[in-house]
Design a protein around this ligand. Structure first.
Ligand code: PMP
Length: 417
């Protein structure tokens, strides 16, 4: 049993000693002390079904024994820097990761986070093209350092950093977007940014790109001599079910792919994968990262790939995710409050509105449902520009029974409202 400090005591210390900007979920924040696959346990041993572990990087399940074993074995053997010396763990994982990519995307740079991966990708694109301009989506989140904060459009994640050269393109949002589900029209916005002025899904509210968008945009960018960067920090590692990477469902081939979160099942790790030609821009000077892709983290990453394969987690994400989406869509037919249900595999969004016609964001209701579901033992996330979208991104070992429990508890809370 847990013998550590209570939630109240931790909250007090947090307020006194930790960043005042650090957010917590729920009116009474949870003190989580144990994790097992899709379950989390609080200080009283109460069990919660985790339908938001994806955000916290867990793809195989909390404390998956294979991943834990890989981490422990490597930690007992050696933990060191990624650079200067040879180590099999790092090279083996790079080889295994590269094998998951199409085309000649086979050079891997390891980082400690998604932010670092995107910073590196942006720098490589700028060095390779000789062009400073970056186009990203208006509802995107790409990280918290200078270039990535510039590329992130939402003002609540931004400080007054210098962000010259960043242009934000219209969100190809089929539910709220200006052009509805017409992908070509949104792509024209990117064309206009290039002509007259000179790619993210999760935090923005699990928005599926309007059909035809990505294909059209990649064409426009490539014709203009630009590079296409796919940020797979949330969508990658089998989460969307039909494919291992989000971009694959759109039939496009990026020049650079960035990833983090799911890659290490909770261990700090990120990566940039690109072509040998683009990778060569970093040979002109020294570029290194002391801990990015160190032996312990890459051992974890390699174990994650093995678990995804062994436990057929991509197939599970597709099967359970499709079922869960059907059940949530049935709830939409029952409650006016649900304006939209969207997403792929185990990356689903449920948008709440008080008026379906006007699409008025139901922010307070979103918080209420989330809090009540927590009391029933189900953890989900929220996001979106208006804070009115449930983000459902469970560990990929989520079962049909878990999906039923989640939907039943949401149904129960909504019925009482
Ligand atoms: N890109 C996307 C799509 C993300 O969701 C995030 C994190 N929410 C990041 C980049 C940044 O990753 P990190 O927090 O590991 O720096």
């Amino acid at each position: 049993p847990y013998t550590g400090p209570s939630a109240a005591e931790i909250l007090r210390k947090r307020k006194e000693y930790l960043s005042p900007a650090m957010p917590t979920f729920y009116k009474q924040p949870l003190n989580l002390v144990d994790g097992r696959m899709q379950y989390l346990f609080d200080e009283n041993g109460r069990r919660y079904l985790d339908a938001f572990g994806g955000i916290a990087t867990v793809c195989c399940g909390h404390c998956h024994p294979d991943v834990v074993e890989a981490i422990v074995n490597q930690t007992q053997r050696l933990q060191h820097s990624t650079i200067l010396y040879l180590n099999a763990a790092i090279a083996d994982f790079a080889e295994a990761l590269a094998s998951k990519f199409p085309g000649d995307l086979n050079v891997v740079f390891f980082t400690n986070s998604g932010t670092e991966a995107n910073e590196l990708a942006l720098m490589m694109a700028r060095l390779y093209t000789g062009c400073h301009d970056i186009i990203s989506l208006r509802n995107s989140y790409h990280g918290n350092a200078t270039a990535t904060m510039g590329a992130t459009a939402q003002c609540n994640y931004k400080f007054n950093v210098i962000q010259s050269g960043v242009h934000h393109a219209m969100n190809p949002d089929p539910y709220r977007g200006l052009f509805g589900a017409d992908g070509e029209k949104y792509a024209k916005d990117v064309h206009d940014l290039i002509e007259f002025g000179t790619s993210g899904h999760g935090v923005g509210g699990i928005i599926e790109l309007a059909p035809g968008y990505l294909h059209a945009v990649y064409d426009i960018i490539k014709k203009a001599g630009g590079l296409c960067i796919a940020d797979e920090v949330q969508a990658g590692f089998a989460r969307t079910g039909s494919h291992f990477w989000g971009f694959e469902a759109h039939g496009v081939l990026p020049d650079i792919v960035t990833m983090a979160k799911g890659i290490g099942n909770g261990i700090p790790l990120g990566a940039v994968v690109t072509t040998p030609q683009i990778a060569s821009v970093l040979t002109r000077r020294n570029y290194f990262n002391t801990f990015g892709g160190n032996p312990v983290c890459t051992s974890a990453g390699h174990a994650v790939l093995r678990v995804i394969e062994k436990e057929k987690l991509q197939e599970n994400a597709l099967r359970v995710g499709t079922y869960l989406k059907e059940q949530l869509t049935a709830l939409k037919d029952k409650y006016e409050l649900i304006g939209d249900v969207r997403g792929r595999g185990l990356m689903l969004g449920v948008e709440l509105v008080t008026d379906r016609e006007k699409k008025t964001p139901a922010k307070a209701e979103t918080e209420h449902v989330m809090d009540q579901m927590k009391d029933m033992g189900v953890l989900i996330g929220k996001g979106g520009f208006y804070g009115n979208v449930f983000r459902i991104t469970p560990p990929l070992c989520f079962t049909k029974e878990d999906a039923d429990f989640l939907v039943d508890s949401m149904d129960h809370v909504m019925a009482k409202m």
